[in-house]
Structures are given as structure tokens and as C-alpha cells.
Design a protein around this ligand. Structure first.
Ligand code: AMP
Length: 308
């Protein structure tokens, strides 16, 4: 959607812009150009203000807003990035179906206290002749990386660019995308990017389903059955708390529970080390369960940390 179609009263930001410290009257400024966003971030840093960034692909929900609230509370300047990154989609149909509504997103970002909404176009981010990609090895070769070839290369590349443009002191990610958060931590450490990665808890619907921009793509029956993801994870957590230590049996029990739902097709279910993501046979200390499940063309992921 063109920026000009926005019905809200918003302004395109200028580099000289100084935001008020009182956010009650604040409005979000939409910044489409990377260079302009960089100038704004540089100016904020020069004036001694801290910059927090929340990278998103839009179609905002309470999960995204929980990251914004934390970012708002911990930084002088809150930046949200909104970019449906084509190079992280392994399937064209998934990219085409991805929900988009910039007007709604901008209103939600504004209400949550975002100062700047960096919303570039694909051409702004990947102009003609673009040729550089960032690859994080190891962690990206498992689970989501195996199921979605090229996905993490796209994520690492776009995040590196978003970080370079927004120059954050802190960047906020959700535990909902557990493996992604680990990959970004690795990237920031390996490339000496020198800012903090904050990982925030997964926000869920009342029935336990993790909020996701893709949930709106589920049919009512798929939505009803999708509760099996969180239910099976909570059951695993209860089993471990009750003394179960056999990770192989636990993994099988989760997969069996998912398969009981006729529309659910498990992609992977893994009980693994929370740092390396290597599969475990026994749960001695901490573990994480990662899962991905397809409902027709829609693919959902979720996870839970287990502590005996
Ligand atoms: P996305 O727009 O799906 O790329 O997500 C942007 C950020 O929001 C990522 O760091 C996600 O992990 C985070 N996020 C997505 N869903 C949730 C949720 N239900 N709870 C907390 N964070 C979330």
C-alpha cells in the first residue's frame, strides 16, 4: 500500500527532527528511506538518546506490541521496522498470502508508542544489483533451517541491514521464534555489532495458541484444531515437572497428540538443547521443545522451555 493512502495524521520524518520526551502526545513517523532512517538514528545517538528497535513483518498483534512496550520502556527512541522480507520466504505462495495492512499497523504502532516506523519497499532494501547475503552457520542448519531452505539466510541478511540502518542500542525479539532469536544473538556476537538482544515471552490467545500473523489464514476448523500445538507443549512441560526425563518418549507423545487432529500435519517436533538445538535423548537440565505444524497451506510454529 502506498504511504500516501494513510488516513492517519502522520508525517514523514526529517533527520533534524527532535521527538518530545513525553510520549502521551507522540505520533508515529513513517520513514520509507533507509538513508533517512539512518540519519534519524545517528542524530538520536549523537544527542545521547538510546535507540530500541523492534523488527516485524507487520500484520501486528499483541505479540508484537508486547515487544514495543518493552522497547518503549527501555529506550528514549522506539523504532519499529515493518518489512515483509521477500528473501526469507522459501515459498512464493506464502509470501503472496502474507497479510498486509500498513494503515492498521501504523495506527497500532502509534498507540503503542512507536516513534518511527521504518517501512521500506523491497526496492529500497534490495535495489538492482544487490548481491550481499549474511549466512550464520551451524544453528541455521537445523529445524526451521531444514524445513525452509534459505529462510535464515534471508532473516540474517535483512536483520543485518535493519540493524545497520537503525543503529540500535537494543533490539527486541519474541521467544515465539526461538531459533530465530538464537540465530540473531549469534549474528550480533559474531559480527561485533555491539548492542543487546532482548528476548520477550510468547503472547498467547486465551486457549493457548501463540499469536501469529498467520493465524488469520486458518479456517475456523483449522483454528479450532490449532490449539493442539500449545496443549501438547504444556502437557510436555507438566510431564517433565512430574519427573519424566526421557526426551525420545516425550517427543513421540507430542507428535502423537498433534496427529490426533485430522487437519494437523507435523513438520518437525524436537526436544533439544536450548543453546545448541541439538536433539536430546534425556532431559538432564534445561531443554526446549520446538515444533512446526501445517494446517493446509498455513504453517505454524511454537516452542516451550522445559526445566526439570
Ligand atoms: P514477525 O512479524 O512474525 O516477523 O515477528 C516480529 C517479532 O515479533 C519477532 O521477534 C517475533 O518473534 C515476535 N513475535 C511474533 N509473535 C509473537 C508472540 N505471539 N509473542 C511474542 N512475540 C512474538
Amino acid at each position: 500500500m502506498a504511504i500516501g493512502h494513510l488516513s492517519l495524521v502522520m508525517q514523514i520524518a526529517s533527520a533534524e527532527d527532535q521527538r518530545p520526551e513525553d510520549h502521551s502526545e507522540a505520533f508515529v513517523q513513517i520513514v520509507p528511506e533507509p538513508r533517512k532512517m539512518q540519519q534519524i538514528a545517528d542524530a538520536a545517538r549523537r544527542s545521547g538518546r538510546s535507540v530500541g528497535v523492534v523488527p516485524t513483518m507487520g500484520a501486528l498483534h499483541e505479540g508484537h506490541l508486547s515487544l514495543v512496550r518493552r522497547c518503549r520502556a527501555e529506550n528514549d527512541v522506539a523504532v519499529m521496522t515493518l518489512f515483509v522480507n521477500p528473501i526469507q520466504f522459501d515459498r512464493k505462495d506464502d509470501l503472496a498470502r502474507y497479510p498486509r495492512d500498513l494503515t492498521r499497523d501504523a495506527a497500532m504502532a502509534q498507540a503503542a508508542g512507536v516513534d518511527y516506523l521504518f517501512a521500506p519497499t523491497p526496492d529500497d532494501m534490495y535495489p538492482k544489483g544487490y548481491a550481499t547475503c549474511v549466512t550464520v552457520e551451524g544453528l541455521t542448519e537445523l529445524w526451521e533451517g531444514t524445513s525452509r531452505p534459505g529462510h535464515f539466510r534471508g532473516v540474517a541478511t535483512v536483520c543485518t541491514k535493519l540493524f545497520t540502518v537503525c543503529r540500535p542500542h537494543r533490539a527486541y525479539f519474541g521467544q515465539k521464534d526461538y531459533q530465530q532469536a538464537l540465530v540473531i544473538r549469534r549474528l550480533v556476537a559474531d559480527l561485533n555489532l555491539g548492542f543487546e538482544i532482548m528476548v520477550c515471552p510468547t503472547v498467547r490467545e486465551a486457549d493457548g495458541l501463540a499469536l501469529s500473523s498467520r493465524n488469520v489464514l486458518l479456517t475456523p476448523e483449522e483454528r479450532r484444531q490449532a490449539v493442539v500445538l500449545s496443549r501438547s507443549l504444556f502437557a510436555a512441560q507438566a510431564a517433565v515437572r512430574a519427573g519424566d526425563r526421557d526426551a525420545v518418549k516425550l517427543r513421540a507423545a507430542i507428535e502423537a497428540a498433534i496427529r490426533q487432529m485430522p487437519l494437523a500435519v507435523p513438520d518437525y517436533v524436537a526436544v533439544c538443547d536450548p543453546e545448541t538445538l541439538a536433539p536430546l535423548s534425556r532431559i538432564e537440565t534445561k531443554a526446549v521443545v520446538l515444533l512446526a505444524v501445517r494446517f493446509g497451506p498455513t504453517r505454524l510454529i511454537d516452542n516451550i522451555l522445559l526445566e526439570p
